[in-house]
Design a protein around this ligand. Structure first.
Ligand code: NAD
Length: 260
């Protein structure tokens, strides 16, 4: 049966591949992005997030079947915090009322295997249990510091996002409302986001050392899209707060026995 899906980050990479796959499967896709989308909205700002919710409400007529929060940034900047964490949460919370009108609502976000790298603890704590103002101030501090410190911004946003999913998924808002809420954590996927890391042999070797992927290595966005479409299909009725590492084995190699 045809369903209505909202995909953020629909203009490029994993979001684009997911939208295309859903349309091939016969579904309606409302794509949103900062450019080239059905709904153009900037998830780094409060106004952009409000605009997204208002426009999806208008375009959908007030009912959607799934939210796929894919949009993200991987720059060593405070904007990455605004988009990856606050933009994603605003998408999920803002569109949740529309999901309640679906007989089989689903929600999924794209986190990252980078969530397992050591985070900035101050930023992580502010994201999970502090205030947005203080988190953004800490992010600005990291952005202004050296390359090593600013490089942890991305992984920290994804660690916080994965933990937010774990906390929220079993709650009244999600599980008790019959909405499976889960995340996928990809390894290295060939998209514009990773082009600089995968363009030449030296860069590929460097990134492969950080993110070992013994099962088939770096891969195309369609591989993630297939999992995202299943997680938001009617078939997924019982996964709750799961962070699924679709990473060619990075998590199994790096965390081994720590996770079971
Ligand atoms: N490519 C990888 O290897 C990889 C690995 C792990 C996780 N991810 C995650 O997958 C998701 C998709 O990334 P991708 O690899 O397809 O990258 P991409 O750059 O191809 O796509 C990201 C999309 O997000 C959009 N976006 C960025 N800032 C935005 C904003 N302020 N408002 C609205 N939209 C905005 C971009 O315009 C773009 O279309 C991201 O959340 C990323 O962190 C990617």
């Amino acid at each position: 049966m045809s369903r209505t899906y909202v995909v953020t980050g629909s203009a490029s990479g994993i979001g684009k591949a997911t939208g295309e796959l859903l349309i091939e499967q016969g579904h309606r896709v409302i794509g949103t992005d900062i450019r080239d989308a059905d709904i153009v909205a900037d998830l780094s700002t409060a106004a952009g997030r409000d605009h997204l919710v208002q426009e999806v409400t208008r375009v959908s007529g007030g009912s959607i079947d799934a939210v796929l929060a894919v949009a993200g940034l991987a720059t060593p900047t405070a904007a990455t915090v605004a988009v990856n964490y606050y933009g994603t949460i605003a998408t999920l919370e803002g569109l949740r009322p529309l999901l309640l009108n679906s007989p089989n609502p689903r929600a999924v976000v794209v986190s990252s295997m980078a969530a397992i790298f050591p985070p900035d603890e101050t930023l992580l704590n502010e994201l999970l249990d502090g205030s947005e103002a203080k988190a953004m101030a800490r992010a600005a501090e990291l952005e202004a510091s050296d390359a090593q410190q600013s490089s942890v911004i991305y992984g920290t946003t994804k660690r916080a996002l994965s933990r937010w999913i774990r906390r929220q998924a079993p709650s009244q808002d999600w599980a008790a409302a019959s909405i499976p809420l889960d995340a996928v954590s990809p390894g290295v996927v060939y998209t514009p986001m990773t082009a600089d890391m995968t363009n030449d042999a030296a860069s590929r070797a460097q990134i492969a050392a950080m993110a070992p992927m013994p099962l088939n290595g770096f891969f195309e966005p369609r591989g993630v899209a297939t999992l995202l479409t299943w997680l938001t299909s009617e078939d997924n009725a019982h996964l709750c707060g799961q962070i699924i590492y679709i990473d060619g084995g990075s998590d199994a190699v790096l965390r081994g026995d720590l996770v079971w």
